[in-house]
Design a binder for this molecule. Sequence first.
Ligand SMILES: NC(=O)c1ccc[n+]([C@@H]2O[C@H](COP(=O)([O-])OP(=O)(O)OC[C@H]3O[C@@H](n4cnc5c(N)ncnc54)[C@H](O)[C@@H]3O)[C@@H](O)[C@H]2O)c1
Length: 120
Amino acid sequence: MRVLVTGGAGFIGSHIVESLWKEGVEVAVLDNLATGKRENVPKGIYFYKVDLRDKEGLERVFREFRPTHVSHQAAQASVKVSVENPVLDFEVNLLGGLNLLEACRKWGVEKLVFASTGGA
Ligand SMILES: NC(=O)c1ccc[n+]([C@@H]2O[C@H](COP(=O)([O-])OP(=O)(O)OC[C@H]3O[C@@H](n4cnc5c(N)ncnc54)[C@H](O)[C@@H]3O)[C@@H](O)[C@H]2O)c1
C-alpha cells in the first residue's frame, strides 16, 4: 500500500501521516503549505510542495510516487475565508479536488478517502 496524503502538513493530515507511518505504510505528502507546516511532516516521508490547482505538479507526484490509495485532507478549510473569497474556495476545494480525482482515475488509484470541508 502506498498512500498519498494531501494536506499532510496540516492539522488532521499530519496525524494521519504519523499513524500510517508508524504502521509501516509507505506515505507521501502533497501540500502547498498554505496553512500547513513542513515541520509537521516527519523526516523520511516523501514531501511534495505542490498545489492542488497545479495539474502538472499533480501529474509529477502521481508519476513518481504511484499511490495506490489517497487520503484527501488538503483544503481551504476556513469558513471565514470562504465567505470573504468564494472564488479561492471554489478553485482550491472544487477545481483542485477535481484535478486530484482525475489524477486518481488516470493513475488507477484503488481508493480515495475524502474529508470534505465546512469551508466549502
Ligand atoms: N479541523 C476540523 O475540526 C475539521 C472539521 C471538519 C472538517 N475538516 C476538514 O478536514 C480537512 C483537513 O482540515 P484541517 O483542520 O487539518 O485543516 P488544515 O488547514 O490544518 O489543513 C489543510 C492542509 O491543506 C493544505 N492546502 C490548502 N490549500 C491547498 C492547495 N491548494 N494545495 C495543496 N494543499 C493545500 C494546507 O497547507 C494544510 O496543510 C479539511 O477538508 C477540513 O475542512 C476539519
